[in-house]
Design a protein around this ligand. Sequence first.
Ligand code: F0G
Length: 457
Amino acid sequence: MEFKTIIEPFKIHSVAPITMTSEEQRNQFIIDAGYNLFSLHSDDVLIDLLTDSGTGAMSRNQWAAIQRGDESYAGSPSWLTFKAAVQNLFPFEHIIPTHQGRAAEKILFTAIGGAGKIIPSNTHFDTTRANIEYSKAEAVDLVIAEGKDPASLHPFKGNMDLVALEDFIGKTGVENIPVVMMTITNNSGGGQPVSLENLRAVSAICKKYEIPFFLDACRFAENAWFIREREVGQSARQIIDIVREMASLADGMTMSAKKDPLGNIGGWLALNNDALASICRNLLILTEGFPTYGGLAGRDLEALAVGLTEVISHDYLKYRIGSTAYLGEALAKMGIPVVQPIGGHAVYIDAKALLPHIAPLQYPGQALAVELYRAGGIRGCEIGSVMFGRKPDGSEVPAAMELVRLAIPRRTYTQSHIDYVIEVCAEVLRRAPKLKGFRIQQEPPALRHFTSQFAPL
Ligand code: F0G
């Protein structure tokens, strides 16, 4: 007998308090924060769905491993444990540990980016794009058309548009494309997976033109689960085999270990090319540290090595993807437009569809995120014109989509927390017709969503 309640495949080992707040208090907290949810004190948040990055709970085995951490500067056994755990899944020649994903990106694009270079991806995550642009190279997104349509039910909306990729290579010239990237799962496109078939095809195109192919593999296990569930001929495979096949198709990867590796901090850059690895290691030493610890303590390396074995568990991934779908399906059922199908790590509410009376450059996503906080203390994240609207040339252009992401930290909230989120969303749905937009009062030169100050219209 298969029961419908998704029980968390763990019991709670250590708890952190949630401070209860009233709507009246939250109204003041959000004013004090300049209506920017990143500026709130997290103690003033009831359910924190800002990100799934580094916010998950570690297992008792991870905490035990932390005690084994060896803090030798060079050649620590914790490094060897970490390296073996990474190579068990991603058998690249060179593993370069960093303190988080964007540090790996910074090193990679410092080495291979630069003026005149153009780097395609299905969709670059914002730090990836920012690091590419900071090197003076250009970042281009070539996701399939379905990936830009929130209502499309395509099973692999993270796929690369293969025709567009070949076309892009033809027009741009192989010599100007230092790497082709693929983000799995496609975070900025709704946490949508990429099929194995598409990865194989992109890999073949890259081989044909002799362009290196790198994965941005933060949510590799969730992507592998979707492949197992949705792709013809994959349902009998072990997750680890699918992960290894994904790795075998690429020449390297960047990783934020704050996601699927179940760490609170960490990342790596991995690759096969010896000469490039040598350049990257030298850059690593400038900013991150010696190549056997990167930006990490020995204890972090140990915790990540254990996390990498836990995240590929069938029971864990079934619960993980099932519990994200539980939230998304409940919202869809009550009439809240959400990106379909529900992604792996987050539910994305389509604020443009929910708040059609708020113009894109009056930031419907920001209006929705603020109201979720005021009504129920839920912190989500705008992924729309606040995040992407400001162009490098200074102009402001509405983003393709106006989304609010409710990202689910791993192994952190129970079903009753999520049931509460569903109730709060129902209340915000009732308030939706009355919500008003925002204007930006103050913004920094780049990545403005983190620190901009807003005023209600
Ligand atoms: N790539 C993807 C697909 C990501 O989602 C992130 C981070 C990074 C790279 C950068 O990794 O944070 O360790 O430096 N995403 C977080 C998020 C911040 O909330 O989605 P990092």
